[in-house]
Design a protein around this ligand. Structure first.
Ligand code: PLP
Length: 390
């Protein structure tokens, strides 16, 4: 019913993923498996909604329709058992811009802000771009290779740094963890005790695989939570990142008020793009079947990746993919330097994300985006294997 196997030519569309290989790597014709968007057509349901809006032909100033909020509320209620009330929704101009603004609003220059690397690298950039100090509490691996938060480490980091903010990724990009409720509660207890505001980036919330369940931060008991902002978006789930829309969900009235003032002070509402609104509303209203089909396809690609790597590069360890469509490959057992791995892979014509981008603990790791047709993934993996086998 939905096609996830046809390879679509995205070159020549100012496509960040496909049209920047020369600029970013110095090489041409690379097969990209890096930035987190998908090489798929959007759901036909969303295409219809966009076409309907497009055919109208007038694109004047637009406000966010109530029907979009209804779609958001129903989506998170049905998919995640998370009851969001209308007045908790604050529109944001994208998650990364929102994190930058929140850092300006809720901390002072040179203040410490905590992240847990390896993590989505714009978190670090948002802190550095605003002249604040990154305090890293690295994730740790257990004997089975599973990644965990270092909670005793975090308690110490919070005490030593007097940090006022923590930026959290849930589910976690790049290690693919879907945090369990007990882990979230332990984090909540620490942040609440120390008076730390927690920003929970839940852009990957819907991309969760069988056997796992995403626990939205704001479904934790209110008395256990610190002051919190949750960030959600339809852009990752439905491959609409070019529309740059996001929503901050803020239960705490004071924090919500402060956030609204922050946006007002920047002269900023949301995207105010009629096409972005049409796409987002349709995604949350009509997109469930497409998402379920996508998740099945991702399982197929996950198995493909594990089978191929087990055969071609058995030393490489791949974290379990609990959530996201981003595989985290540990290549340390190959005994090669990070730079050597990277150059070999690029020279073989494939372009994953370099692990060290996500923090020092990501050295000798690669992140591979599997949200593409299987034949494309297979070709990319063959190139990685050839590059590193010799
Ligand atoms: C964890 C995480 N947050 C945010 C984003 C991007 O959000 P936005 O496009 O709304 O800035 C991504 C994209 O990869 C992501 O992985």
């Amino acid at each position: 019913m939905y096609d996830f196997q046809t390879r679509i030519n995205r070159r020549g569309t100012s496509c960040a993923k496909w049209d920047q290989d020369k600029k970013r790597t110095g090489r041409e014709g690379l097969l990209p498996l890096w930035v987190a968007d998908m090489d798929f057509h959007i759901a036909p349901e969303i295409q219809v909604a966009l076409e309907k809006r497009l055919v109208h032909g007038v694109f004047g100033y637009t406000f966010r329709p109530e029907s979009l909020d209804d779609a958001l509320i129903n989506w998170f209620s049905e998919r995640h058992d998370w009851k969001i009330s209308r007045d908790e929704i604050v529109e944001a101009p994208g998650i990364v811009p929102f994190i930058h603004m929140a850092i300006q609003k809720f901390s002072q220059p040179n203040d410490a802000i905590v992240i847990q690397e390896p993590v989505y690298y714009p978190f670090r950039l948002a802190i550095e771009n605003n002249g604040r100090q990154v305090v890293n509490n690295p994730l740790k691996q257990d004997a089975e290779g599973k990644w965990h938060m270092d909670l005793p480490g975090l308690a110490k980091v919070l005490d030593d740094s007097s940090a006022k903010l923590l930026v959290f990724c849930s589910p976690h990009n790049p290690v693919g963890r879907v945090w369990q409720e007990n882990e979230l509660l332990a984090l909540a207890d620490l942040c609440r005790d120390k008076g730390v505001i927690l920003i929970s980036d839940e852009i990957h919330a819907d991309l969760v695989h069988p056997g796992y369940r995403h626990t939205p931060w704001l479904t934790l008991p209110a008395e256990r939570r610190p002051k919190s902002i949750s960030l959600v978006s339809a852009t990752k789930t439905f491959n609409l990142p070019g529309f740059t829309t996001a929503y901050a969900i803020i239960e705490d009235p004071e924090l919500r008020d402060e956030t609204r003032k922050m946006l007002k002070g920047l002269g900023m509402g949301g995207s105010e793009s009629p096409l972005a609104y049409a796409a987002t509303e349709s995604a949350w209203r009509d997109g469930a079947d497409w998402l379920d089909a996508l998740l099945k396809h991702l399982r197929t690609n996950d198995e493909l990746l594990r089978t191929k790597l087990a055969a071609g590069l058995p030393q490489v360890k791949v974290s379990d993919l609990e959530g996201t469509y981003l595989e985290w490959l540990d290549l340390r057992a190959l005994g090669l330097e990070d730079r050597n791995i990277w150059n070999r892979v690029l020279d073989a014509g494939v372009w994953p994300s370099r692990g060290s981008q996500f923090g020092k603990t990501g050295e000798c790791f690669l992140r591979v985006n599997i949200a593409c047709p299987s034949s494309q993934l297979e070709e990319g993996l063959d190139r990685i294997i050839t590059a590193l086998q010799s």
